[in-house]
Design a protein. Sequence first.
Length: 356
Amino acid sequence: MTTSKPVTDGLAPVRSGRPAERPLRDPYDVMFVGWSFFRSKLLTAAMDLGVFSVLGDGSLSTEELCDRAGLHPRGAQDFLDALTAIGLLSRAEGRYRNSPGVAGHLLPDSEEFVGGFLRMTTELMGGDQDSLTGLLRNGTARGQGTGGEVPFTRIFHDPVRLRHFLSAMDSFNGAVAEELAHVFNWSRYATFTDVGGARGNLAERLTAAHPGLTGTVMDRPSMAEHFDRLVAERGAEKRLRFVGGDFFRADLPPADVLILGSVLHDWPMEQRATLLRKAHGAVHDAGALIVYDTMLDDGRQQADSLMLSLIMMLQSAQAGGYSPAQCSSWMTDAGFTVERVVRLPALTTAVIARKN
């Protein structure tokens, strides 16, 4: 396998997520690692009690919030201040507000609501230690059947869960799209294909930011109705089209730029290589390939991305994380020349390459 040395916009090695955790010394440092699950309990309790919905886009005092959300005064103050301390609420002059992240992603009427998806994936991971231990002993995802089937795939047959999944994907790729629209020189190109682009949220945002662009979204045929709804709501019918199909069996729609976003992590190495070779065939000469994903940092020191890789393994029989250096090497093997590695929002890294 060849080795590439991509430009990293001044970041070498490329890191994603928060800085590496400091070594633990204090006994309570160790205790709070074991108690980390309590943060999720705080978030779940706030959702169950309607704290975020009660606050909406306004602010309330402790007493007002207790009254409207039905909180008992004994634990309410510590509860609200704990939510503030971990960044879910903000507090000023004795009044609480939803943080920007909550306002954008945890209010049920938000287009980019991730709360339902969060509940679903947490449930699929299981609350028992056996699920993680099983992965580490046997290499299997939680609930994996003999044919490799996993509970996660049921979301595509459940309209409620699918809606939660799509709104969460819009949240993640929407944050990516905003930055990707600026860090890549789209003025050199006229067309792009977003492979595995779901209902087209990222594609629509790119064409809205660059009116000269037209895009194709390729995903499973069942996603067509969701794509049609999104482009109709945003008036993007002339800028975007949808192609349904299995991207391992069908040809990838040709374009100047091909995007593989949050796709490669779902597949084992052989199929990753297959997709990248197919991408090379689909990209026009002098065109570009953009691979973005929640990649591991090259130094394998960032806890968030490492844990996310394990979470993906718990929910999929084949998924797993990879680093920008690994991705760059695979793209080079497929015939591309890697030019840049760029850090994006939502714990995401992009590797950008050109076709010679």
